[in-house]
Each structure stands twice: as structure tokens, then as C-alpha cells.
Design a protein around this ligand. Structure first.
Ligand code: GLC
Length: 819
């Protein structure tokens, strides 16, 4: 691959050319303390909330050549002059002999070689400490002694991220830095928001004596700032000014004079950037000045990831599939669990967003096997911003737990989003199926009410929250008996006025009903199941009576009852989600399943993925809203909105078409993008939110990588529907729907604390159809393996066979064929 390669043994992607078409990033730490690190060492860190407690100033809109948030300089002293180098390539942009940015699990490691100096920087956040560690090792690989200075640098943001950009007097007047020495005389540079020194403050320090420091950017670059990051004035002087900033753009630049390194000699410096209460700083600093503690913190980080990834791994004939499913996709799921759509290079975490109800609910489903505890905590938070009427607030700020309706407050819209509340049903059901933690359903959680303090808010058991969500949709329907759209459904950008109806909401409601019925059936609450089954049938009837267009399903009805996503429209004739979700909900009847999915293939598929709709809207239409603000082919307007692709994959597996499902999987797998990476531009190790569609001149260009529901859903599609290893209330169901070219595959799955080593034989080269399942040598009469003893290790042998009318061993399961 042009810019790097996958190192599957180290579970890394290694970037070998820093001139990637866009910044390629990784995440370190968690939302409690952490953020993103780009491949040239820049970092955007925050603690608890990127809008309310930001630490570093990272402005993605600046040119890629600028350092952002953090950087590192080396200064080589040669015959009385200095050679300034950046081991991260930016900002000095010098030639280098070698460059390797190892994008690892929760860490970034940048190793480069230039002018005979090798610099190896490991960047990570320990599991339990609010500190970013940069463990720097400098080696003189040349054959002459070299005198070297090392200057790590950070640039701070105002803690209220947006204020940094809205006020250029008040903000800088509040930014202050102070230098402190610890008992060993080592420098700790502290940075305060306001003069409130009793609260937490930022600190930057290292385990090596500091000659001098700068804390004011103007002094570092050159007083009038007409100097550049490439050649800062301060680096031309013997020492820095030691000025403690009382205003301005606060930075921390620590000048370390390492002295002379003999050929082959190395020096190791550890820097720490953290945020803590004054009384906690000394302890943290002390702990991570010690190389042994840093090494053990890094081992603990690795064991967190080992454990997280140990719940599922596979060996299939497709290397790119294995790489994505075993490492990069689940890692992305964990990051979306943490960051929702809040902080990335595209979603800048500045103000109004927070964690989304709809987004985070879906995120939990991709991370539930690896991080059930964190998922449970997030589910509680999400449910606590559900309104008493069953609808939900659109988003909330994780630090303050203040929730908002999001854009639904726009003038002319009287209802909230019509889908949000329904997603929590899918999320909670996935959680209990995975964990067996049925007590959670009885746990009381409050409803949201901005006007009341927490202790006065009404509360109800989690299950009741879910039933109210169903009830809200049941009681908010329009002229065809279909659920109202509200401000929008999953597609944020179609904002129809009045009592428009949404087929997405209808299907999500249907899927929610299926999940709850399955759960209540398991819990033995049959009367309630009978009642809900009637609701399901009523909606199924409305959908099939009103929304079938002849070749595919309609997507919306306007308040006047006019269809959108119908052959009678001139633009936006067909929408992907109306087809996939008609299958996921089980509402699509008979041949309509095949017709709807074949229409997706015929009208919406491209070599880079499935488009969200077609054709794109060519002019702004205030009656349809935001979707018509993008040019055709971009984002929701006929772009390849990747989040919707796995839903089609799942629907294809539900009709047994493993070849088609896999084709869809492969065409968006970032690890398989080797050949057109210059068109795609973004990270090959994570999914993006969108790729420009074939109506756009830049067809194939990816944007908005990392924080997308694509992560959770492709992971579910791959593990539960293609490989077909599905957690159920009763046990682990095995129902693969794979490409017929595969002769079989292996999976290691840890489910409810028992391990299953599963081997699937597909020597007849079919897509689906399980003939036999053997558990520890005994044939089962079903393809659902009952829950086994915690701690046990179980061998499962599965054979797939063609269904024949008089077979000796008729299949015990087929990939659920849809009626
Ligand atoms: C963005 C939003 C998500 C929405 C999608 C489609 O990804 O975060 O909530 O469903 O766009 O509009």
C-alpha cells in the first residue's frame, strides 16, 4: 500500500510516508482523559468533555504542515550553529531517512531517522491516570558524537473550546502559566484557566532536567509571530526566556540539553501532559517519571486491549476481512463508544453536540462483547435522558448530563426526532443477550426533565422505559397509520414539515417490537407478547398496504400524503434504508424482499459502496430540507453513506445471499482499499461516515473517518450475520451466511464467560444452511448452543450442507429465510 501497511502480528497499521493525503489519526485514552493523535504527532486532548474541558488547541482547518496541539523539535549543535529537526516530519518538513508511525491499539508510536539520529516516541494514556505519556528515546546512529537538545511542546486551548474561537481578548487574558520545581529540582509547568488555582489545572513536565522553558507562543515563535513553526526564534537562542505567561496563547516548550551522545548511545526522556487537582499532581508526576512504571502502564494498556479483543476472533480465507474484524473494526467500535460523534477531525466537539442518543445507542451494540461494563454505564446515561412520554432527548453533554433536543428545536417543527427513543430498545436487548444481566431490566432509571433536579425526577425500571418508547411511536402516527417523522429520523437531513410519515421509523418500531417480543417470550410474559404481536401486525399491514411502490418500498410520506422515494418522484426516487429496513423489521412480504433488495443492487450500488438514495437532488428545496443543500452525490444526497451499507448486508444474509452480502462488505472494507487510496484519501484502518457517490466529480473520496455508526454495524454484520455467530437469550446461535467460495472458517468466541472454538465446514461451497452442530463431540438438535459453564472451553464443529428433500441429515437451520 502506498502510505503504509498492516502489521497483523503487532496489530498495527504502519504509516511509512508522512505525506498522506489527509491527517490519519488514532485515539488514545478515553473520554475521561484522552483524544486523538495524528500521524505527525499532533494531539487534541480533553478531559471528560471536549466542549467543556478541552486541554489542547488543535485546529484541523489549518494546513497539514502546521503542528497542532503538540510537537517535538530536535536541535543538533554543529560548529556553533544549530540544525533544527522535527522527528514528526511537521513542522520542519525536512527530508528523513525513515519514517514509521505505528497506529496501535490505544497508542501511537512514531519512529523516524534523520541526520543519523533515530527518534522513537511512544504516545499513550495509562488506563487509570489523566496523563498523556510521551516516552522518547533518542539514539545516535551515526559514527560521530552529536550534541543534541530536545524540545517537546504543547499548545493549550481555553477549557471551553468554543470560547477560544469567539473571543480573542477575554480568552487570552485568562490564560496563565506558572513554573514549579519538584523536590528533585525538576520543572513542572502549570497552566491555569483563570486564577482559580484550587480547581484542576493542566501540567506539563518531564523526567529530565530542563534548561529553560517558554510558556507564551509569541515568545517562542518570535515576538511579533511573523516567525514560523518551521523556524521559531526561540530555537535560535541558547536558552529560553523562562517567562511565566500572564496572558496570550499559552504553550509549554521545555528545552532539554541532552549533551553529547556518543555513536550508538541512547537517551530516554519521558514527558507528561496531564490535568489534575493541585494536590494530585505531585503523585502522578512522580509515578510516571519512573521508566518502570511507564513500562508497566503500557503493559496494562496492552492487556486491556487483549481482553477486549479476546471475545471474538476469526480465521477466514480473506486476509483483509480477518484484519478488519479481528483488530481494526472492534477498536473503532470502542472509540465510537467513547466519543459518539463528538470529537474527531470532522466533528470538532466545540459546542452544541455532546453524545447522541441515537448514535451512542447503536455504538453500544458493536462494543458490548468487549466492554460490557462501559456499555451498561452508557446505557444508563442514555436512558436517563428519555422523556416521560417515551420520546428521547437527541443528545447530552457527558460532564454535565444536560440534554438538548438538538436541531429539532428549529422553527416550524413541533416534535423531536421520531427515531431516537427506539434505538435504546435494540441496544438494551443486545446488552442482555450478550451478558445475561436481566437484572438490568429491573433497575430504576430516571426520566429526563430539565426543570426538575435529579432527585425529583420520575423514574421507572429500564424495561418500562423501553415499553414507553414503543408506546410513543404507536401513538404518534399519521394519515396512513405510519409513524410520524418528527424533526427527522435516522436521516437527519430530510426535514419534512407537519405530520409527515417515516417508513424508517415504522421499520425501526417493527424491529424494536421483534426484540421486545423475543425478550418477553424468554421472560415468560406471554400476555404482553400477544398484545405487542397485534401492534406488530397492524404496522406490518400499514407498511405493505401503503408503502409498496411496485419495485421497491417508499421512504416517506409528506404531510399531504405524497410519497418520497418513489418512482413517481423525479429526484430521490429510491432510498436504501427503505429497502434494507423493510427486511430487518420483517415487514417486507413475500417476493417484495427479493425485489426490494435487487432494486438496491440495480439502482444504488457502486464500486465504492451503496448510495443512500438516487438520483440526488439538484437544487435546494426548503420543503425537503438539509439533504438538498449538498451537491448530488455528497453525504445524504445520493452519497455513499456507509452506515447504511451494513444494513443491506444484514438484509442479504436474511434472505440467504451470502455472495451479495460479502460483495457489499468487501467494497467498503477500508483494509481492501490499497489500490485507490489516493482517491479515498483517508485512513485505511477505519470506516468513514461517507464516500462521495458516482454523481459527484470526486467519486470515491472518503470523509469523516472514525466516528460513524458504520463501525458498530459492519462489526455486527460481519460477526453476527456473515459469520453468523449470534448471541441470543437462549445461547449462542450459529447461522453463517458466507460467500460460497469459502470452504469454511474458524471463530473463537467468549460468550457469557465460556469460550467456544468454532470450526465451520463449507466443503459444499454454499452460502447458508447448517446441517449439523457438534458440541464437545455431541450432536445437537438445534443450531443454538445452550449457555455453557463460565470458564469452560468448548469445541464446536459445524457443517453446512445443501438442503435436499430426502437428505439423511436435513439441515437443522438455514440462514433465516424471510417469508
Ligand atoms: C450522522 C449523524 C447520525 C445520522 C446520520 C445520517 O452520522 O450522527 O445521527 O443518523 O448522520 O443522517
Amino acid at each position: 500500500m502506498k502510505y503504509g501497511y498492516f502489521d497483523d502480528t503487532a496489530k498495527e497499521y504502519v504509516i511509512t510516508d508522512p505525506r498522506t493525503p489527509a491527517k490519519w489519526v488514532n485515539y488514545i485514552g478515553t473520554i475521561r482523559f484522552g483524544g486523538l493523535v495524528d500521524h505527525t504527532g499532533g494531539a487534541l486532548l480533553c478531559a471528560g468533555d471536549p466542549a467543556l474541558n478541552r486541554i489542547l488547541k488543535y485546529i484541523p482547518q489549518l494546513p497539514e504542515s502546521e503542528p497542532k496541539g503538540e510537537t517535538l523539535y530536535l536541535r543538533i549543535r554543529e560548529n556553533g550553529s544549530y540544525k533544527i529537526l522535527s522527528p514528526f516530519f511537521t513542522p520542519t518538513l525536512d527530508d528523513y531517512d525513515d519514517f514509521a508511525c505505528h497506529v496501535g491499539l490505544g497508542y501511537q508510536r512514531i519512529v523516524s531517522r534523520s541526520h543519523g539520529i533515530r527518534t522513537d516516541v511512544l504516545i499513550f494514556v495509562p488506563n487509570d491516570s489523566p496523563v498523556e505519556i510521551r516516552d522518547i528515546k533518542i539514539t545516535n546512529e551515526g559514527n560521530k558524537p552529536v550534541e543534541i537538545d530536545l524540545i517537546p511542546l504543547v499548545e493549550y486551548s481555553h477549557f471551553e473550546a468554543l470560547k477560544q474561537f469567539t473571543n480573542a481578548d477575554w480568552v487570552p487574558q485568562t490564560m496563565m502559566s506558572e513554573a514549579d520545581r519538584d523536590e528533585n529540582g525538576l520543572l513542572i509547568l502549570k497552566q491555569f484557566p483563570f486564577m482559580r488555582k484550587e480547581t484542576k489545572h493542566n501540567f506539563f513536565t518531564s523526567n529530565h532536567p530542563v534548561d529553560s522553558f517558554e510558556s507564551d507562543r509569541a515568545r517562542f515563535l518570535g515576538n511579533n509571530e511573523y516567525a514560523t513553526w518551521q523556524a521559531p526564534e526561540a530555537l535560535k537562542k541558547e536558552s529560553f526566556s523562562n517567562y511565566e505567561a500572564r496572558r496570550g496563547n499559552n504553550i509549554g516548550a521545555l528545552l532539554h540539553k541532552l549533551g553529547t551522545l556518543a555513536p550508538g548511545e541512547s537517551k530516554r526522556i519521558i514527558t507528561q501532559l496531564g490535568q489534575a487537582k493541585a494536590e494530585e499532581v505531585a503523585g502522578l508526576v512522580h509515578r510516571y517519571r519512573d521508566e518502570k512504571n511507564v513500562a508497566s502502564a503500557f503493559r496494562e494498556l496492552a492487556s486491556f486491549w487483549d481482553d477486549y479483543l479476546s471475545k471474538f476472533s476469526c480465521e477466514t480465507p480473506d486476509e483483509a476481512f480477518n484484519t478488519t474484524v479481528n483488530v481494526h473494526n472492534p477498536r473503532q467500535c470502542y472509540m465510537t463508544l467513547n466519543w459518539s460523534r463528538y470529537l474527531s477531525l470532522y466533528q470538532l466537539g466545540l459546542g452544541s453536540r455532546g453524545l447522541g442518543f441515537r448514535d451512542s445507542s447503536q455504538d453500544t451494540m458493536g462494543a458490548v462483547a468487549g466492554a460490557p461494563g462501559e456499555v451498561k454505564d452508557l446505557l444508563r446515561k442514555l436512558i436517563s435522558v428519555q422523556n416521560p412520554d417515551g420520546s428521547a432527548m437527541h443528545q447530552f453533554f457527558p460532564l454535565s448530563m444536560e440534554a438538548t433536543e438538538g436541531d429539532a428545536l428549529e422553527e416550524g417543527h413541533k416534535l423531536v426526532y421520531g427515531d431516537d427513543h427506539l434505538w435504546s430498545i435494540l441496544a438494551v436487548c443486545a446488552y442482555v443477550k450478550e451478558t445475561g444481566d436481566y437484572d438490568f431490566l429491573r433497575e430504576k432509571v430516571t426520566f429526563y426533565d430539565k426543570k426538575l433536579p435529579l432527585e425529583k425526577r420520575a423514574s421507572a425500571p429500564v424495561l418500562e422505559h423501553l415499553l414507553r418508547a414503543l408506546d410513543y411511536t404507536k401513538t404518534h402516527t399519521g394519515m396512513h397509520g405510519l409513524p410520524l417523522l418528527g424533526f427527522a429520523d435516522w436521516n437527519d437531513t430530510v426535514n419534512l414539515l407537519g405530520d409527515a410519515e417515516s417508513l424508517f421509523n415504522a421499520h425501526l418500531y417493527g424491529k424494536g417490537l421483534l426484540e421486545i417480543m423475543d425478550l418477553l417470550e424468554y421472560l415468560g410474559e406471554t400476555a404482553k407478547v400477544t398484545e405487542l404481536r397485534e401492534d406488530y401486525e397492524v404496522m406490518r399491514k400499514h407498511v405493505n398496504e401503503h408503502a409498496w411502490d411496485g419495485e421497491w418500498f417508499i421512504r416517506y410520506f409528506t404531510e399531504k400524503g405524497e410519497p418520497i422515494g418513489s418512482s413517481s418522484n423525479t429526484e430521490g426516487k429510491i432510498y436504501t434504508n427503505a429497502q434494507s429496513w423493510a427486511v430487518l423489521s420483517g415487514f417486507a412480504e413475500g417476493e417484495r424482499v427479493n425485489k426490494a433488495l435487487d432494486s438496491v443492487f440495480t439502482h444504488l450500488n457502486t464500486a465504492h459502496g451503496i448510495k443512500l438514495s438516487s438520483p440526488g437532488y439538484t437544487r435546494f428545496d426548503s420543503e425537503i430540507g438539509g439533504v438538498s443543500t449538498y451537491p448530488p452525490g455528497a453525504k445524504e444526497n445520493g452519497g455513499i453513506f456507509l452506515h447504511s451499507n451494513p444494513w443491506v448486508m444484514i438484509a442479504e444474509t436474511m434472505r440467504g445471499n451470502g455472495d451479495r452480502a460479502y460483495k457489499y462488505y468487501l467494497q467498503i472494507n477500508p483494509a481492501a482499499k490499497n489500490d485507490d487510496i489516493d482517491t479515498y484519501e483517508i485512513e485505511p484502518y477505519v470506516y468513514a461516515q461517507n464516500i462521495l457517490g458516482d454523481e459527484h466529480p470526486q467519486f470515491g473520496l472518503g470523509r469523516n473517518s472514525w466516528l460513524s455508526g458504520t463501525a458498530s454495524w459492519t462489526y455486527q454484520a460481519a460477526t453476527q450475520y456473515i459469520l453468523g455467530i449470534q448471541p441470543t437469550h437462549q445461547g449462542l446461535r450459529i447461522d453463517p451466511c458466507i460467500p460460497s467460495a469459502w470452504n469454511g472458517f474458524k471463530v473463537r468466541r467468549v460468550f457469557r464467560d465460556a469460550t467456544y472454538i468454532i470450526e465451520v465446514d463449507n466443503s459444499e461451497n454454499i452460502c447458508s444452511g447448517v446441517a449439523t452442530v457438534e458440541l464437545n463431540g455431541t450432536l445437537l438438535d438445534s443450531n443454538t448452543i445452550p449457555v455453557q459453564e463460565p470458564g469452560s472451553e468448548n469445541r464446536v464443529v459445524v457443517t453446512m450442507r445443501k438442503a435436499t428433500s430426502n437428505a439423511d441429515a436435513p439441515p437443522i437451520a438455514r440462514a433465516a429465510t424471510v417469508s
